[in-house]
Design a protein around this ligand. Sequence first.
Ligand code: FES
Ligand SMILES: [Fe+2]
Length: 367
Amino acid sequence: MFINFWYVAEQSENLTDQPIRKKMLGQNFVLFRDESGKAQCLSDVCIHRGGSLSAGKIAGNCIQCPYHGWRFDGEGKCHRIPSLGKEAKIPKRAKIDSYPTTEIYGLVFCFLGDLPEKQRCPILEVKEYDWEDWRATTQHFQFDIDYKRSIENGIDGAHNEFVHPTHGFSGEDEDYKSPPIDMKLTEWGTGFFNKVYAPPLKEKKMREASGRAVNAVVEAGTGHHGISMLWTYIHPTPEILIHQYAFETPIDETSTSIYLINTRNFLTDPKDDERVMERNQVVAFQDRDVLVNINPVLTPNKIKNEFFVPMDRPLKRYRELLEKWQQKGWRIDSETVNNNRLSHAYAIPSPGRRKTKGWVVDSIPML
Ligand code: FES
Ligand SMILES: [Fe+2]
């Protein structure tokens, strides 16, 4: 798992007037809204005796620890230590890691790392989210898979033929061959466009809308942005457009939260949301059912004798980027964290650690 990326912690509508505990990157965080309604994200570990802040309560602009009532604001600054009395001076060291947050597309994003703002991989843009004549839906899935394996699956154009019956011919087409891909590389991502040969859709309303009554050539494109954001364009006809965006958050090494925003320019009546979401779920479960069984569970660290065919080029680039981000020191040493889990609390380093010293909880070990 990698620090220094934006990860979705929750859907905005679920963060109301109570604190929420969220596990990301194997660590617990507390999310809460301050008095202005801004979403705040702190390490969940109270620096006093390790109380879980998310089990506490919101007190004005602060989260109050359930154990001895210390209060921390959204910046992680301690404002009250009740046992010292009301007038007490709060020691400088009484601070907790606080992570930048932003809310967009109905999602609460948290930047889990200490990288300065200008150097961060930006959040993937969902430009269609507010477009007139387009309709957006959001779904959440939680799967027992490595998030990197899931991203690899997203940029793997060759699996569609076998994993998704609606996207290919399930290996029944003797003449099948992967179409050539047109790779696009960016600083943070790898994408490609190609043509997909797809059988007619079974669902009547979708078939009518897409015009896919007979075998169709579907224009498609997909790519990753940063470690765990995916975009997928599906154009069954030049007029019928589906643009999907997935934001994937590692809960821990082997479980992943996936927030899927589907945007479409057809069947835009909200009444059609359900069938669109149902379709997406069917497809997501088809991927999951393959991914839960792959071995090794985690995306391998170093490429040695692994097989790569031309369709795997995007995936190979993703691996190269992972290697680059690891070189920068962004990869968590999960083995050490796991070995020490009963005796050590750790914090994902927040931007504040680059500005001040004297942090109580150790920064998480990195590879
Ligand atoms: S453990 Fe949080 S106030 Fe003591
Ligand atoms: Fe898939």
